[in-house]
Design a protein around this ligand. Structure first.
Ligand SMILES: C[S@@+](CC[C@H](N)C(=O)[O-])C[C@H]1O[C@@H](n2cnc3c(N)ncnc32)[C@H](O)[C@@H]1O
Length: 313
């Protein structure tokens, strides 16, 4: 099979205040992953390898850090970079200087595997498909090969969701997972006993990987993997639980549409929210008739469970 190549696009000095917006721009252009060089503020980490974590950044300017995004090497790459430059220029006040590097997918996908070990999160054990593991009594093993998609269970936003899923999925619920990535939450929900799960992502690669992981765990019959954002999915049924581990901006964008897909008494579990953006998310939830039932906080990240306020008679 021919080798697949990815292009690493690096911006050396991203202002911290604009980081989330810039990460969004990369994702809008179809980046397969966005990585911050400063491990203290890892956000949309799709991949890690020894080059990225623990690296020293001697040229780091105060209040800035490096950001790298990964694009498939194809005939759309030039256009994508041009459009990105156009969006970034007003924000940075100068024409962005991208540093480009070509990476063979196989090298990249293999390099970070040594960092992904079985993760215990409550009763759930996230086991990399290439690791051996002896299951202990009471454990629920989710076997995963995330490939190039986000979701290994090591990121706090995923961990918080997995902890809350274990509290919520105690009955055969109908679950919608928005931004499924590797399918980690969808597969976990199915293994916890969800009756049916719709696992959606705007990234076709994630949809494929989630389907493979559903298959690997013997729950493919209860998980429908679908590409698109919430409104594009054309959902005809209502869900007892909508889970979305996506960044604050994306959560704010879907909040108005969530009540339309929630069954009466249903819950919305939103994660991927940095502490600083939490008040905004709380306010947006309140405006759309949600009340916050519970929130969990870890390492500057927040996950929240919201329910629709009962209408007064
Ligand atoms: C942080 S990852 C979460 C992956 C996994 N659910 C987890 O908890 O680890 C976010 C995923 O959401 C997808 N995404 C971002 N915005 C989205 C949107 N508006 N609708 C659906 N998927 C979205 C991204 O492609 C990415 O795969």
């Amino acid at each position: 099979m021919a080798d697949t190549y990815w292009c690493e696009v690096k911006l050396a000095a991203v202002p911290e205040t604009e980081a989330e917006l810039i990460a969004d721009f990369f994702q809008e252009e179809g980046a397969g992953g966005v990585v911050y060089d400063d491990p203290a503020i890892l956000d949309q980490v799709t991949l890690t390898d020894d080059e990225y974590l623990g690296e020293e950044f001697p040229g780091k300017l105060p209040g800035t850090f490096g950001m790298r995004a990964y694009f498939p090497v194809d005939d759309r790459l030039g256009e994508r970079l041009q459009r990105l430059a156009g969006k970034l220029e007003p924000l940075l006040g100068t024409h962005p200087e991208f540093e480009l590097r070509q990476i063979r997918e196989e090298d990249w996908a293999e390099a970070w595997k040594s960092y992904f070990k079985p993760e215990h999160i409550g009763q759930i054990v996230i086991k990399p498909s290439w690791e051996n593991y002896s299951v202990q009594q009471g454990e629920l093993v989710v076997e995963l090969d995330p490939g190039m998609a986000f979701g290994t269970g090591t990121h706090p936003t995923t961990r918080l969701c997995l902890l809350l899923l274990q509290e919520l999925v105690k009955f055969p619920l109908q679950v919608l997972d928005v931004g499924t990535g590797s399918g980690i939450l969808a597969v976990s929900a199915a293994k916890l006993g969800a009756a049916a799960v719709v696992a959606s992502d705007i990234d076709p690669l994630a949809v494929r990987i989630a389907a493979e992981n559903a298959e690997r765990n013997g729950v493919a019959g209860r998980i429908a993997c679908r590409e698109g954002n919430l409104l594009e999915l054309g959902l005809t049924k209502q869900f007892d639980l909508v889970v979305a581990n996506i960044i604050a901006n994306a959560i704010l964008a879907i909040i108005p549409d969530v009540p339309g897909v929630l069954a009466p008494g249903g819950r919305f579990l939103a994660s991927g929210i940095i502490e600083e953006r939490y008040p905004e998310v709380q306010a947006a939830l309140g405006e759309r008739g949600f009340v916050i039932e519970k929130s969990l906080h870890e390492d500057g990240w927040v996950a929240v469970i919201a329910v629709m306020r009962e209408l007064e008679a």
